[in-house]
Write a protein that binds this ligand. Structure first.
Ligand code: NDP
Ligand code: MG
Length: 400
């Protein structure tokens, strides 16, 4: 039977990699629905190529986009805005939701997919950073399946025994012997540069990642290592561990995508070319395997693999992520919101790259967000997100 897939964030980098696999495997997958936001010409081309049944666009674009499809003779239903994304994510015809919208904008549809019991392929790490416990509870209560696309988390998932893959709380059973998780980080484009050089970084330099080709926001996050901080929080939720059980190591070659350390001294690692098609194909076909189209790793061409301890002075965002995780979900929501605002300001040339960590730290230390209790839901999360964005906007204005 073919799996019907909804790709939310189809016009982005993860969307590209996902659709390349789906295009090559039509016998297994049907592209049921797509979404885009700014790049609507690209979305239109994807509609022509994949002929989905449904497509979601921003509210303001719905009439024009529907007209364009109909003029082209394409019978595709157009839905709009957050409600449209949720509609697609919960559609009874949707089997699998690829959650590839960037930032907090992806949370409502991802959570809705969990509550509708879908198979979720999660790229949108911000959803877990903001709503980790709520998301994980929703997955369990509604029998959804959550498979990580983030290459590090996908690597760890692959290195864990089946019992833990199926139920993350099993990670605490001593017979499985999981001692620590090791997240690898490339160190980004400024690994070899001084803090002073980083201060002067242009947008073009910051988004030029040495190993991975990604969207702008995550590329900036990689340059500040906030990405690894967000991934640390993501890993805590996905694998039911506290932050002190998760180490970060810089591995500039991005060949080992992460590791699990076991009590007998074994380290299990997943290796591959730095190409998101591998983790996406893994999650699409799990527990089977398909051809991802990624270049196989050429082991003879590898000259050496390095491992370096991160400098938490230079990459303060990584330290802030641990601080936020220790403080609780209210703090991880604040950190994520502040970072989204600060990264957007950097991309508009309003602040320097190194201001991002300063702003994030100030927001984290100064915003008095209420702790969330066990019954907290998405409204409570979004309320803190809104407060943090308002506060951070002011911090940006002071610096700009
Ligand atoms: P891109 O910026 O390339 O794509 C983001 C997608 O989200 C686009 O489809 C974009 O639409 C859509 N989008 C943006 N804003 C909104 C909004 N307000 N409402 C609805 N849709 C919106 O990002 P990536 O593909 O690189 O990353 C997507 C997610 O995956 C992020 O959370 C990232 O952290 C994560 N991730 C990415 C990896 C990568 O290699 N790229 C690796 C691991 C995780 P449009 O383009 O039409 O504006
Ligand atoms: Mg990653």
């Amino acid at each position: 039977m073919t799996q019907r897939i909804a790709v939310l964030g189809a016009t982005g980098s993860i969307g590209d990699s996902t659709l390349a696999i789906l295009a090559a495997q039509p016998q297994h997958y049907e592209v049921y629905a797509l979404s885009g936001y700014h790049r609507l010409d690209k979305l239109f081309t994807l509609c022509q190529q994949f002929l989905p049944k449904r497509v979601s666009v921003p509210m303001a674009a719905v009439d024009e986009f529907a007209q364009r499809l109909s003029t082209a003779g394409l019978d595709i239903e157009v839905v709009a805005g957050e409600a449209g994304l949720i509609d697609i994510a919960t559609d009874t015809q949707t089997d699998t939701v690829v959650a590839a919208i960037v930032g907090a904008a992806g949370l409502p549809s991802t959570l809705a997919a969990a509550r509708a019991g879908k198979r979720i392929l999660l790229a949108n790490k911000e959803a877990l950073v903001m709503a980790g416990q709520v998301m994980i509870d929703a997955v369990k209560t509604h029998n959804a399946t959550l498979l990580p696309l983030d290459s590090e988390h996908n690597a760890i998932f692959q290195c864990l025994p089946l019992e833990i893959q199926q139920d993350n709380t099993q990670i605490h059973r001593s017979e499985y012997g999981v001692r620590k998780l090791w997240l690898t980080a490339s160190g980004g484009p400024f690994l070899q540069h001084s803090f002073e050089k980083m201060q002067q970084a242009s947008v073009a330099e910051a988004v030029k990642h040495p190993n991975w080709s990604m969207g702008q926001k995550i590329s900036v996050d990689s340059a500040t290592m906030m990405n690894k901080g967000l991934e640390l929080i993501e890993a805590c939720h996905l694998f039911d561990l506290s932050e002190n059980k998760i180490n970060v190591v810089i591995h500039p070659q991005s060949i080992i995508h992460s590791m699990v350390e076991y009590s007998d001294g074994s380290f299990l690692a997943q290796l591959g070319s730095p190409d998101m098609k591998t983790p996406i194909a893994h999650a699409l076909s799990y527990p089977n395997r398909i051809d991802s189209g990624a270049q196989p790793l050429d082991l003879y061409a590898l000259s050496g693999l390095e491992f370096i301890e991160p400098d938490l002075q230079k990459f303060a965002c990584l330290r802030l992520a641990r601080q936020a995780m220790q403080a609780g979900t209210h703090a991880t929501i604040v950190l994520n919101a502040a970072n989204e605002v600060a990264v957007a300001a950097f991309l508009k040339n309003q602040i320097r790259l190194t201001d991002i960590a300063r702003i994030n730290e100030q927001a984290l230390n100064e915003i008095q967000a209420p702790s969330l209790n066990a019954t907290a839901d998405i409204e409570d999360i979004l309320a803190i997100d809104t407060i943090a964005r308002g506060y951070t906007d002011k911090l940006v204005l002071e610096l700009a």
